[in-house]
Design a binder for this molecule. Structure first.
Ligand SMILES: [Zn+2]
Length: 179
């Protein structure tokens, strides 16, 4: 950040009095511009023994498969975010169920949450951010072409739990990939 979004003056990076971390501080109007982690929310839309996946029409990971998921908007709940993303990316309506997984990705300041969900009907199709939307049974899941590690983790746990007959709540802390 270079300029204050309140008054347009230049900002300086410094530790405010009483704080412990450097912040972008406007020396003209005094506003402290805090930057905090972003929350990504997704859904696992179930239909019989299948899960709805979307193939991404946008970067990053263009062409790879994901569950419907995206950044939370202000003034919505996490369950509302899951339903909205499913509507936007898969043109599908869901009944949001239990929270299933929480993945911390601290090095990029993101928290990912995934809900189990029930697809209400088979009226779905690609939204503007998707190339293709379809249902997959477990043996059809394109494991090598899943867009993000948090989704790979969540889908693995989902099918493990389904086999065991009990759905739990799963967490992971993802570290940077070794290059
Ligand atoms: Zn300012």
């Amino acid at each position: 950040m270079r300029f204050c979004s309140s008054c347009g003056a230049s900002v300086a990076l410094k530790i405010p009095d009483g704080d412990t971390l450097p912040r972008h501080v406007c020396e003209a109007c005094g506003t402290i511009h805090y930057q905090n982690p972003k929350v990504v929310v997704g859904a696992l839309p179930e239909w019989e023994d299948k899960i709805l996946l979307c193939r991404r029409a946008i970067e990053p990971q263009y062409g790879f498969w994901t569950v419907p998921a995206g950044f939370m908007e202000n003034r919505e709940t996490t369950a509302e975010a899951a339903a909205r993303e499913t509507e936007e990316e898969a043109r599908a309506r869901i009944e949001v169920g239990a929270l299933f997984s929480l993945v911390n990705i601290a090095h990029i300041s993101q928290v990912h949450l995934f809900y189990r969900a029930r697809l209400i009907d088979l009226d779905f199709g690609p939204g503007t951010e998707s190339l293709e939307v379809r249902l997959f049974s477990e043996d059809e899941i394109p494991w090598e072409d899943i867009a993000f590690r948090s989704i790979h983790f969540t889908l693995k746990r989902y099918f493990d739990d389904r086999q065991s007959g009990t759905y739990g709540f799963h967490t992971a802390d993802l570290a940077p990939l070794q290059q």
